[in-house]
Design a protein around this ligand. Structure first.
Ligand code: ADP
Length: 447
């Protein structure tokens, strides 16, 4: 019966060595039984001593981290134990010894002591069977009696080894179950922390947009206030304005409120946790989601041009996450163009198909990536914006997300100057192993 390599726990004194060190004095102390069985005797003591010493030596030399070493020393142990026992039976009265009846027990005991490996029990069974039959044969007993004893020892050994192998199987199944549970827990924790990381980066992006959002909301709120003052004045005093003028004021005020509502809606939608299921997404919709919010930042910095062909095949992705990637890239472009001023500054999002890939390019005509920055762009926490403004997570997380959808994200400098981020996706979508599940047709528009 072959033994599976045992899972060996770490640490210098593992359970096997500790058990051996307990066994050694136990074997020696049983000399008291020898005295009761056959009276005091030097030979019985010497046999016990040799047996106990062999256990101690095995414990000291054994390398618990090496399965072959464990197998070698347990085999050595069972051989010494069986030979010691046979000699003990011989010196305490051979077939008349009280120990003779215990021949079938030794292999069984070894099955209990070393359940991870049946070799020791098998060896001991063979030696004890031969020992019992040999002693009977030497005393001239009938061959049938010798064979009967050998048969009993072998049968008991087989039953013991079978029990040990079943024990091993059960233990292996339990270990595998435990490992699988642990693996699943780790994966779940990982998925949760990935979601949290993506979410905090999303909030950081919104934080970066805060100034633009305040400016954008401030405008309509200012003229809503002015209009209300005007209305209050005109309505409470003698009206001097025409009905048309009043209607215009109402229309303007409603438009202002609508604008504020729209901005808040966009931001709220964007900061929500995403549905995790990838869907078939039209890139034009995703680009729209991102561009609506990015305009808050870009409108005072650059002109945003979007060119996505209507017949561009959909990609398999989580729409909100892809929009987050694009928003990261657009906010970065806005930051890069800030110093240059609005005049002539441009950000473009261009879509196209190249063979079996759908390609999206986000490019600007800013300063581009300096040579020392380019190789470090996708490093986590790499930022040139300083701790107040940059997190250094945008590009790293964006690449991670794009790769989850089977795509790629690379950065390069444009020949005509400026930066270009190139996203590629397989047509029809091929999710990477880390992606959260199969796709279904894109339905609800988000955010
Ligand atoms: P953060 O925006 O927080 O700095 P990112 O990972 O998004 O983190 O960007 C890392 C760095 O890449 C930025 O600090 C900036 O130096 C550079 N970078 C990103 N986009 C552009 C761009 N369009 N033009 C020039 N540099 C850029």
């Amino acid at each position: 019966m072959s033994a599976a390599p045992a899972a060996v726990p770490s640490g210098k004194w593992g359970p096997r060595r500790k058990m051996m060190l307990v066994l050694a004095p136990a074997v020696l102390s049983q000399y008291t039984l020898d005295v009761l069985a056959a009276g005091p005797g030097v030979w019985t003591f010497v046999i016990r001593l040799v047996w106990a010493l062999s256990i101690v030596i095995s414990a000291l030399l054994l390398d618990e981290h090496s399965a072959p070493s464990v197998r070698l020393y347990t085999a050595f142990q069972s051989t010494v134990a069986s030979l010691s026992f046979i000699t003990l039976v011989l010196v305490t009265g051979a077939t008349g010894s009280v120990y003779f009846n215990f021949f079938p027990c030794l292999p069984l005991v070894l099955c209990l002591v070393y359940p991870q490996d049946s070799t020791s029990a098998t060896l001991s069974g063979a030696l004890c069977g031969a020992g019992a039959a040999g002693l009977l044969w030497v005393e001239g007993r009938p061959v049938s009696q010798a064979l009967l004893w050998a048969g009993v020892v072998v049968t008991v050994t087989i039953i013991g080894a079978y029990g040990a192998s079943e024990f091993r199987k059960a233990q292996r199944a339990e270990n595998e179950g435990r490992l699988e549970r642990a693996r699943r827990e780790v994966l779940e924790t990982l998925a949760i922390s990935e979601r949290r990381r993506a979410h905090s980066e999303k909030l950081a992006t919104i934080g970066q947009l805060a100034a633009s959002v305040m400016h954008e909301i401030n405008n309509p709120v200012a003229f809503i206030g002015a209009n209300l003052d005007f209305l209050e004045r005109e309505v409470l005093s003698e009206p001097r304005v025409s009905r048309e003028e009043l209607a215009e004021v109402f229309r303007e005020t409603r438009a202002g409120i609508e604008r504020v509502r729209q901005i808040i809606g966009d931001l709220r939608g964007f900061s929500r946790m995403d549905a995790e299921e990838p869907t078939e997404c039209a890139l034009a919709d995703v680009v729209n989601d991102a561009a609506r919010i990015a305009r808050l930042r870009l409108q005072h910095v650059a002109r945003l041009e979007v060119d996505i062909p209507a017949d561009l095949p959909p990609v398999l992705a989580v729409r909100g996450r892809l929009a987050q990637v694009l928003l990261n890239l657009l906010v970065n472009a806005g930051d890069a163009l800030e110093a240059r001023g609005l005049d002539g500054s441009e950000v473009r999002i261009l879509g196209g198909r190249e063979g079996s890939r759908v390609v999206l390019r986000v490019e600007d005509n800013g300063p581009g990536f300096p040579p020392h920055v380019l190789p470090r762009l996708f490093e986590t926490f790499f930022t040139t914006k300083g701790p107040e403004k940059g997190t250094g997570l945008g590009l790293a997380l964006s690449r991670e997300m794009v790769e989850q959808f089977g795509g790629s994200l690379v950065a390069e400098n444009r020949e005509e100057g400026g930066a270009r981020l190139r996203l590629e996706f397989p047509v029809g979508g091929a999710l990477s192993k880390r992606s959260p599940g199969p796709g279904r047709p894109c339905d609800a528009a988000r955010p």
